[in-house]
Design a protein around this ligand. Structure first.
Ligand SMILES: [Fe+2]
Length: 287
């Protein structure tokens, strides 16, 4: 069974753009990077030389936006001013793709402090309604990212049932984070391949890979502070095999190494994509 993905505006292997290497990228844009990702919250209201460098890059290269603080699953009313600011940012930089986490934010804003939404029917309706509202204001179909979480309060359904129900009810796309599936599989004791196989491949807009921190053999923390590990590369290969190749981006937020070292991981994404591009996706019948 061949899968066709939602057509986003980006292709190939991407890199999450961080200020630590913004100048290096601006001075000599690496040819292997097919697209970049930025968090609009980190740039709204920023002026000066950095903002100018970003503008030059968004004019020359494909970009996607990955929101940090919309708190799509949170109990507070949606911050509609923020959504409108994001729309202006997307429009002014000519960016089509906007993604957010299927979770909500704590105050200190660390990625690994994103809070889980209770896996309930009520939460499905709550999140889906908010996604539709955001899509209307942005005038764009958005994608939600499957997140890592460390506790699951008040659950009435499994994580996979919850994720699928939200995507269906909101009728939005999926930002498939491969590392988060792996980390959750260890932390919550499930098989990452079975989780992956149960996701709607046709909704994948693009993917994320990242490294994480091994706190204990049965506890991994999604820090984005280390190299991607082999089992995560293998799981990405499985995703390409089953769903077809989709654009995939490397995230690195802590212990950021020199750009050349990050580019070696971007190159690894490209090689994996080349391997699976030659073969038609098997679909899950081959799993
Ligand atoms: Fe991610």
């Amino acid at each position: 069974m061949a899968m066709s993905h939602r057509c986003g505006s980006v292709h190939g292997a991407g890199l999450g753009l961080r200020r630590a290497f913004l100048d290096a990228v601006a001075e000599r844009p690496p040819e292997i990077v097919g697209f970049y990702e930025v968090a609009p919250e980190n740039w709204i209201g920023v002026g000066g030389r950095k903002a100018h460098r970003l503008r030059v890059l968004t004019e020359r290269h494909p970009f996607v936006c990955h929101g940090l603080s919309l708190s799509i699953g949170g109990p507070e009313p949606l911050d509609l001013d923020l959504v409108r600011q994001i729309k202006r940012f997307l429009d002014s930089h000519g960016i089509d793709d906007y993604t957010e986490h299927l979770s909500y934010c704590s105050d200190d804003g660390h990625l690994y402090d994103l809070l889980p939404i209770p896996f309930t029917d009520e939460a499905v309706r709550h999140v889906a309604g908010r996604v539709r509202q955001v899509q209307e204001i942005l005038e764009r179909r958005i994608a939600l990212e499957n997140v890592s979480y460390y506790a699951a309060p008040g659950r009435q359904m499994t994580e996979i049932a919850f994720v699928n129900a939200v995507l269906e009810e909101a009728d939005c796309d999926l930002l498939l984070d491969i590392n988060n599936i792996y980390v959750n599989g260890i932390n919550h004791g499930y098989d990452p391949e079975s989780f992956l196989a149960a996701l709607p491949g046709e909704r994948i807009r693009y993917g994320h890979v990242a490294g994480h921190y091994e706190e204990a053999p049965d506890l991994r923390v999604d820090t984005h502070g280390a190299d991607v590990i082999d089992p995560v590369w293998a799981l990405l290969g499985r995703a390409y095999e089953w769903f077809g190749v989709f654009p995939t981006l490397l995230e690195r937020d802590f212990n950021i190494p020199p750009l050349e070292q990050l580019l070696r991981e971007v190159e690894k994404i490209r090689r994996l994509q080349a391997v699976y591009r030659v073969a038609a996706p098997t679909g899950l019948a081959g799993a």
